[in-house]
Write a new protein. Sequence first.
Length: 284
Amino acid sequence: MLMAAVALTALPGCSQEKTAEPPPAADGPPQGSLEWAVGGPWRAKDKPRDAWRHPMETLRFFGLQPRMTVVEFWPGSGWYTEILAPYLAEGEGKYIAAGFQTGPGADPSQVRLMAAFEERFTNDRKLYGEVTIAAFGPTSGPVAEPGTVDLALFLRNIHAWMAAGIAEKAFADAYAALRPGGVLGIEQHRLGPDKDQDPAAANGYVQEAFVKQLAAEAGFIFVAASEINANERDTKDHPFGVETLAPMALTAPRGSPPDPSFDRSKYDQIGESDRMTLKFRKPE
């Protein structure tokens, strides 16, 4: 069942471009363009990570268009939401955030994160439009009306779903939500093909072949891979897994106090993780 935090207004799921771009601002790209959304001043705190996450190139690789219906699974604090929601609002599209499943027994940190997410993104409709809040978790229902979504996004979350035993459910839920021909876009920390895959992905890294297998088992067709988010400096053998690297930059195991004696120098030189960027399609 969808947990709607705002009115669920039926919006077109057409993936065609608008017939005309808004006029360019005097000092920037046209309002409503992807360049405008990525470069927006509301992203001031998060924009420095663009050098590692390449949002413009990544979203273009996935085929994002302004009138699409897009569902992002576990958007976290909203790093991509602050790009997608304004862009889709200007383009008469629709953004759905399939956040953490809350309720009895839910992780308190996830509950707090979802509350902050809703507070931020559902109370500024002028910028973010009509953001729809759904839920994804072990016992959640559909994230959207079946067959209505143009683009589903898994952005650095598959390892967490593997740890929770819900990775297969994520792919199945995305498949059900997508229209025939709809796209699943994936960005994920990448384990080397010569390493053994931990079923729980405790270090945060997942083999590209394993992700492709999960997608194929759900019914998806592989379309293309990109090295947009690759980082050959990532050795993937860090003491606290991928969270040793930025942006988490742990100096002690998760849940432990920071260790001021931990030498971060070589990890800071690596930057963020090596990531696969994959595009799949639901058969027509």
